[in-house]
Design a protein around this ligand. Structure first.
Ligand code: PA5
Length: 477
């Protein structure tokens, strides 16, 4: 039996949310929330839970179904992934935003931190790259380190229209066809919408293996569908365990009582503290393996909640600026600001109870006590002590903070964590009464790019850009 089916094991893997330091009697200095405030506003949490339940699983919230409805897809993904592991040296994801940040985060969390540098026999999977930019230098750099004829490219775009991804696709296909004379169907897999966009048309023309992104799953909520599952499976990650973790979190969050629903509690605390002017959310994992989870979270929180209007069309200018940070690294760069700067932040630590490795700090420097005190400890003790100390120092300076604990980083707890953040975001969106799933603010820049590059249908936009006020040389110094 797979261990993650076992209920006792699942309970041992439970994520915990500690929000003591969001409360004013812990944090002091007039900061934080009182028990009375939490009680007085409890309807906000209950109503958000209810309004999310009302839309749950429909429209753009189909992502809640992903832990439950993919058994056939998983079979296909695992079969395809196993073929890729056997036959290809490199696996390259071409995608951006929600089509890239999840695969990067999961790769970093669950694979060796220097995966690509390991010898092949220790890797058990192809070298892995996610190309989420159109920087020409980066594209050339990629081509310097991969062999395209030994590479499987996974082009991922839900809309099938994203310029960055399609530009990369054109470059890769040109190289495969014209330099390597390859049948691209052996080197490109498409992950896209079944019904909309250009990539599905191209995939059919070129006979590409295709995985589908469900219509009701937006980019930033897509890590648990083939967008994330195929790369994860290629890397040898147990995607059944990953989805089971998400399901476990879903079950943990099935009540409108925020005391028993960690994602609802976290959303509620965010909502109330944003109302108190905490405009910045710092996400600070204390492990390198979760560094890119902070990146993924930043997109989810920013793009989902940063909205000009509410659901009724009234100006709302909602949102909270997410900032990624890494413990302990950023203790030596950002923590000064968090401890003494403006009272405009909430810091969320992500702690792990057990690191997957232990490193002893050996004896040495016997006559220098300021160094020698470290000897006999482990790096594990050091990083935990630094996290506890930073939490303490922030709290002592009346800075609100909370901690998410993972028992260990594995596919199950990662599934829990991602689903926790997705639910938290969904609840927060309901509290602010905004559309969590659109991104109209991204369209402005996209349309201007089309106009600048002469795309048909964007002539008016091109005119508008041409007539925009000219920059004055006076202010370019
Ligand atoms: O969350 C989102 O919807 C966006 O970040 C998209 O993922 C991003 O713009 C890429 O879109 P697409 O998958 O259509 O290429």
């Amino acid at each position: 039996m797979k261990k993650y089916i076992d209920k006792n094991w699942q309970n041992e893997m439970k994520l915990r949310l500690d929000y003591n330091n969001m409360l004013s009697n812990y944090v002091g200095g007039g900061q934080g929330l009182t028990e009375e405030e939490l009680e007085a506003n409890v309807k906000i949490a209950e109503e958000a839970f209810k309004s999310f339940e009302d839309i749950r699983g429909s429209g753009m919230t189909d992502w809640v179904n992903l832990p439950y409805n993919q058994s056939q897809i998983i079979e296909d993904i695992e079969k395809t992934a196993s073929e890729i592991r056997q036959n290809y040296e490199y696996f390259v994801v071409l995608g951006i935003g929600g089509s890239a940040l999840g695969p990067i985060a999961v790769f970093n969390a669950l694979c060796h931190l220097h995966h690509n540098d390991l010898p092949k026999e220790k890797r058990n999977a192809p070298k892995f790259y996610v190309e989420d930019n159109v920087d020409p230098e980066r594209m050339v750099a990629l081509l310097d380190v991969i062999e395209p004829d030994k590479t499987m490219f996974n082009v991922v775009t839900k809309s099938g229209a994203t310029s960055e991804t399609m530009a990369q696709y054109l470059i890769i296909v040109d190289i495969l066809k014209n330099i390597y004379k390859k049948d691209i169907s052996k080197h490109v897999i498409a992950t896209t919408s079944a019904s909309k966009g250009n990539l599905i048309k191209i995939a059919k023309q070129e006979n590409l293996k295709t995985f589908y992104i469900p219509d009701g799953v937006g980019g930033r909520f897509s890590e648990l569908c083939p967008v994330g599952l195929l790369p994860a499976s290629v890397l040898g990650i147990d995607i059944g365990e990953f989805l089971k973790g998400a399901e476990y979190m879903d079950k943990l969050c099935s009540t409108s009582n925020f005391n028993n629903n960690p994602a609802l509690a976290s959303a509620y605390l965010s909502y109330l503290t944003i109302k108190q002017g905490k405009n910045i959310s710092v996400m600070m994992p204390y492990t390198d393996s979760l560094k890119y989870i902070a990146d993924w979270y930043c997109q989810l929180w920013a793009e989902s909640l940063g909205k000009e209007v509410d659901k009724n069309g009234n100006y709302a200018y909602v949102g909270q600026t997410p900032v990624k940070s890494l413990g302990v690294t950023d203790q030596h760069s950002q923590v000064q600001l968090y401890t003494e700067g403006p009272f405009d932040k909430v810091v969320t630590f992500i702690a792990v109870d057990n690191y997957r490795k232990t490193v002893n700090i050996p004896n040495g420097c016997e006559d220098i006590q300021d160094v020698n005190f470290l000897c006999g400890h482990t790096l594990n003790e050091l990083i935990q002590a630094e996290r506890v100390a930073t939490e303490y120092a922030l709290t002592k300076k009346n800075r609100i903070n909370k901690t998410i604990y993972l028992p260990v980083v594995n596919a199950f707890t990662l599934g829990e964590l991602l689903f926790f953040f997705e639910l938290e975001t969904a609840y927060a969106g309901e509290m602010f009464n905004i559309d969590t799933y659109n991104q109209p603010g991204v369209e402005g820049g996209k349309n201007a790019t089309y106009a600048l590059l002469g795309r048909k249908g964007y002539e008016e936009k091109a005119k508008e850009l041409k007539n925009a006020p000219k920059k004055s040389l006076k202010y370019i110094i």
